[in-house]
Design a binder for this molecule. Structure first.
Ligand code: ATP
Ligand code: MG
Length: 419
């Protein structure tokens, strides 16, 4: 038997989820659960940031499969809704549907050849574009395209390739409408004389320089991924709703998942960049973020967007399996390791669910776990995590209310148990 959907407006939810005055962190926040001593534990990234308890509002959630990472995020978003917070979610498994329905919205389902498109090269809404000049917008577009081409080619682009991308972005920017991926690919395959002259080259050489990168980007335009990111954003897709879920589940098992998630995240970030009035407290979630962080070029791009997010007044939440997802194959001292450290430095709330014993060295190293914490982490059961917030640690059991069971259930046995 299916449970009836829980009916509640955000107004009467205020009574169910009060903003808890928390002794633990010394700042009020939404209830997460209880700590080992049985005291309530609450968390709010914006409040912690406002009070200087953390220097940034971003969060990373680590944990082995099935430990309750997504369950935490879903209830976290739902409990924040009471306070007028909004959430934008990149959902690679298509599991945020129940949360969306609870919020009264429909997920945006992206699939190759589908009817909805997002343009990752969108500029911020014209009315709000004051903060970032056209040069900055072009720079970020080029950075994204370099990351996408690098991810597809599985290598770092050569300087000549980077320049070919940058010049093509320059050629297609400044038009009436935001450029699209097909515009950029066309400008790379057939560069303008002005672009070639800018680097004392000729059109044929510049075209040859950019050809590999252009063909890789063309995959998103004419290849197996067409129809999702290759045109102006479809009318009706907008971020005005309190919750926006980008459902990418039709590509979950595809090797292209990382590229697709990057485009989706880029589109969300493009909506924020330079916006004069981002609605107070947007939470941007990238679930299964390991799929994008394993690529160096994309990790580099994400880190710079992540940094900017602080200025935009949003909190990013990335969900990963293992600490080593952040470093992929990067050797100690490598750029990948440095990026991992940078991303963690920009995420002062780290939630660590159970990790395999083999991960503990990396966790100690990158997250600064104490010897006791390092011993504890492999033993944590489902729903229990070590929270490290601005240098302080708490072991917290995440409480899921009866009315939230249908939001979080992702395994059938559990589903059966709560019915
Ligand atoms: N705190 C909790 N209390 C009760 N049940 C929970 C709790 N956290 C998670 N669960 C249940 O455990 C199951 C797995 O949780 P969830 O999908 O959140 O795991 P996950 O860590 O996101 O896994 P994956 O890595 O596969 O995405 C779900 O069915 C959920 O209902
Ligand atoms: Mg999950």
């Amino acid at each position: 038997m299916t449970r009836p959907a829980h009916q509640a407006t955000t107004r009467n939810l205020g009574a169910v989820y009060p903003f808890v005055a928390d002794a633990g962190l010394g700042a009020p926040g939404v209830l997460i659960g209880t700590d080992v001593a049985g005291a309530t534990f609450a968390h709010d990234p914006f409040e912690l940031y406002r009070r200087g308890i953390v220097t940034n509002p971003n969060m990373v959630v680590f944990g082995q499969i099935g430990r309750g990472k997504s369950a935490l995020v879903k209830t976290y978003l739902w409990r924040h809704a009471v306070f007028g917070r909004r959430a934008w979610v990149v959902d690679p498994k298509g599991e945020y549907g129940p949360l969306a329905r609870r919020w009264g919205v429909t997920p945006v389902h992206l699939r190759p050849g589908g009817s909805l498109r997002l343009n990752p090269l969108d500029a911020p809404p014209a009315a709000a574009a004051g903060a970032d000049g056209p040069d900055e917008i072009a720079r970020r577009r080029a950075e994204l395209l370099v990351a996408l081409a690098g991810a597809g080619l599985d290598r770092v682009l050569l300087p000549t390739e980077r320049v070919a991308v940058e010049l093509a972005v320059g050629t297609v920017s400044g038009r009436q409408r935001a450029p699209t991926l097909p515009d950029v690919v066309a400008a790379m395959l057939a560069p303008s004389a002005a672009a070639a002259a800018a680097i004392r080259s000729d059109v044929a050489t510049l075209a040859a320089d950019g050809r590999h990168a252009a063909l890789e980007l063309r995959r998103l335009v004419a290849g197996d991924l067409r129809g999702m990111f290759d045109g102006p954003t479809s009318p009706g897709v907008e971020l005005g709703a309190p919750l926006v879920v980008l459902d990418l589940s039709s590509l979950y098992r595809s090797p292209a998942l990382g590229v697709v998630m990057t485009c989706a995240t880029a589109w969300l970030h493009a909506q924020l960049a330079g916006a004069a009035s981002v609605p107070a407290g947007v939470l941007i979630v990238v679930d299964e973020a390991w799929a994008i962080l394993s690529n160096l070029a994309v990790a580099r791009w994400l880190q710079s967007s992540w940094k900017l997010a602080r200025a935009w007044g949003v909190a990013n939440i990335a969900v990963l399996h293992r600490v080593s997802d952040l470093t992929a194959s990067g050797a100690e001292g490598s750029e990948h390791q440095q990026l991992a450290r940078g991303l963690l430095a920009d995420s002062e709330t780290r939630v660590v669910y159970g990790q395999a014993p083999g991960e503990i060295d990396a966790a100690r190293h990158l997250l600064g776990l104490s010897p006791t914490e390092a011993e504890l982490v492999p033993q944590l059961g489902r729903g229990v995590a070590l929270w490290k917030v601005g240098g302080r640690s708490f072991v917290v059991r995440h409480l899921v209310g009866r009315s939230e069971a249908d939001l979080v259930g992702t395994d059938d046995r559990m589903q059966a148990a709560v019915r």
